[in-house]
Design a protein around this ligand. Structure first.
Ligand SMILES: [Zn+2]
Length: 135
């Protein structure tokens, strides 16, 4: 009996459509077939070369922090960061780390994590992603 298996039959939906859920969640990007630029939003044309052919690619789930900001809004401060995942910059919220300039360093290794944002009245759970320091 696995204690972690508490999801039951509850339906889970990703909070953003480029988050792919499953055993090992990952982020999906649209990669320009012409110049390999990657975008998370849907585009009709590449911002770099105006190419219009894209393929879905899986983005590395481990990366390094290349910039971050401590956001002091709302009840809890949090860290908003750009993580370089093997060449793909990902804007995200850091989790599992204190929101202070001392706790976060540039170049810090982080990995993709997912967390629940709560469920609606129909029992559908929204899942968001963040990045947490690797252990
Ligand atoms: Zn392009």
């Amino acid at each position: 009996m696995a204690e972690s298996d508490v999801t039951g039959s509850m339906e889970q939906v990703p909070f953003v459509d480029y988050l792919v859920l499953g055993e090992e969640p990952y982020l999906r990007a649209n990669e320009c077939q012409n110049c390999q630029a990657r975008f998370f939003d849907r585009r009709n044309a590449c911002a770099s070369c105006f190419g219009n052919e894209f393929t879905n690619v899986k983005v590395a789930t481990i990366g390094e922090i290349t910039s971050f900001t401590i956001v002091e809004m709302g009840p809890m401060p949090y860290v908003s960061a750009i993580v370089d995942c093997d060449g793909t910059p990902v804007r995200c919220t850091l989790t599992g780390v204190e929101a202070s300039p001392e706790a976060v360093q540039l170049g810090m290794k982080v990995e993709l994590t997912t967390y629940s944002m709560g469920e609606d009245s129909g029992g559908t759970e929204a899942i968001a992603f963040g990045f947490a320091p690797t252990k």
